[in-house]
Design a protein around this ligand. Sequence first.
Ligand code: BTN
Length: 237
Amino acid sequence: MTVDWRIESFDTLESTQELVKQRAVDGEAEGLVAQALEQSGGKGRHGREWVSPKGNLYLSILLGPECSASEAAQLSFAAALAVSQTIDEYITDKSMKVLKWPNDVFLDGKKCAGILLETELNESGDVEWLVLGVGINIVSAPDIGVAVQDYTEQEINLEEFRDHFLAHLSSYKEKEFSEVRGLWLKHAHKPGTKLQIKLGNREEAGYFHDIDEAGNLLLRGEDDEIHTISAGDVYFA
Ligand code: BTN
């Protein structure tokens, strides 16, 4: 069943993520999408800041609770694919775009979009609510990133881009994870790509092998063993 999105737009917010999480706590139903034209305190993964000037896309989306924690994590791959397909509709050279585990989108070797998945679990460990935060650099990016507009001749209209993304998200979220996984792999770094993983103080290097049926990263270590990574910061080494 596709979701009927209810879009609420704001000029400025501290963070769309905080707004939608509060609305989820207050009992809001699935389908709320908060968009801010700029954020004063945008949040990235691992407690980092997401610099959010005007011109880029900042969305937080409240999705349905009927799923386990692992199914929720799989949704972030569906979201990455929805971002990827939307970007493909604009950029001239699609070979420049690569998905990086777990849900980053890279253009020309630099990050252009990030996804933040936050959930609240109930006592049985099932998801009470799930908020998907999506930040896409449309016209500007920090030094370590790039903006989609620099890779297309078309002038990107933010609302049109958002609506394409939401339509793609509706359809990817209905797909079985086996299909999402296959599509994600098609657009991701190729097996053998050297990756560096940071988790707290621990660092691990290896070569991309695959993702498993739960979405975990399978990394071939220098020892030729396959290591399963469920969380961490991944860099191209
Ligand atoms: C990442 O670190 O890669 C994830 C970035 C997610 C940023 C988005 S922008 C909209 C939403 N509101 C936030 O404060 N963060 C997310």
